[in-house]
Design a protein around this ligand. Sequence first.
Ligand SMILES: *Cc1c(COP(=O)(O)O)cnc(C)c1O
Length: 433
Amino acid sequence: MDEMSLVTEYPQVKDLMAERPIFWRNPDYGQQAALPFSKADIFDAVARWERFAPYLAKTFPETASMHGIIESPLIRLDRMQAEWNRGYHQRLAGQLFLKADSQLPISGSIKSRGGIYEVLKFAEQVAMAHTDLTYMDDYSVLATDRYHQLFSNYGVVVASTGNLALSVGIVAATFGFHTTVYMSHDARQWKKDKLRANGVQVKEFNTDFSHVIQRARQDAAADPRIHFVDDEGSTDLFLGYAVAAVRLQKQLKDQHIKVDRQHPVLVYLPAGVGGSPSGVTFGLKEIIGPYIHAVFCEPTHVPSVTLGMMTKLNNNISVYDIGLDGLTAADGLAVGRPSRLAGKVMRTLLFGSVTFQDAEIYQNVARLADTQHITVEPSAAAGFTAIAPVIRNVPAFNTEKATHIVWATGGQMMPESERVANYRRGESLLEKE
Ligand SMILES: *Cc1c(COP(=O)(O)O)cnc(C)c1O
């Protein structure tokens, strides 16, 4: 389909081409559809995380206080909400929360869910095939020399804009796998340094993510002992993310947050390739049900998942096809083509999506630091930009009985210099208002 007929059929494509911030409401939301995964797949993943908890508690001492379970807090943002109301000249009637994946151990990002899970699954498969390990064993045995030697006969390869490389790289190298990460042009130097310090081989490329992942996939396919973590379509990544919903269900109950027709819960998730927000959303719909609604957030320069879903072309269209440059300061979101899974699975599960200008995420990084003393990276503040368009377009969601959850996808491990630079940029943008 050419650009002209795309615009005729889907008028909002014109706004995307003009880099105008939009709210897109998914016309297929809530319809019946056959899904490729089920609740049983989520609980299979939950059980695997539990089998590995003793291993993680032993090898990553920062997880020991949680007994090897990798989870983030759900934080009430009362002061941020007041500041948000002032800044946006609106009154958010419901309660605002932060799902602080920025504080997850090992990568300080949402990638600790999918990326680590995929490595655990590969390690279990190798161990089961070559040793007498049983599902009932204490998996901390996998941290012994015998297993390290076994794993050193295998490799793990991943391509990443940064955070996925951190989660996959650090854990795979800890098991003993030969670990190689392919980094795109937007990857930060400190992430490369940290990976190298952990024994990971880092290959740097001067191209965008979609090209880098193609190279990585090709190289990995040449050796059957190499496991390729495919950010553009991996089921394991997807299910690792989905486990978040089981944990969130309990956190909502603990904070006395109701989820029913009168008490809608809105969840705002930044989307890059679309894998992590789709995995989480699939989990939310399976575990929590019809009254929790997910909204994806993307930069106006890189609305890859929105474009794919809006036109139903999914991964068969990229933002470059409609003349966009694919550039954003929100690393992690600079992905021009969506994953093979995201659009297909999200067709009936995603409420809608929002696009934002980069300045707005920096402003919210500064507001969050000022009001709550919480540090996130720019992409992780994307959720705050979706609230205003959503309550404007769907007034029924601006009720005192609603709960709004901004999913803060990363940032805790940023070096101080980067934290300060992001904050200053946000602060100066706020002063100009
Ligand atoms: C990876 C990432 C995202 C987006 O996840 P995708 O699976 O690429 O859609 C958002 N925020 C941060 C901080 C990330 O690292």
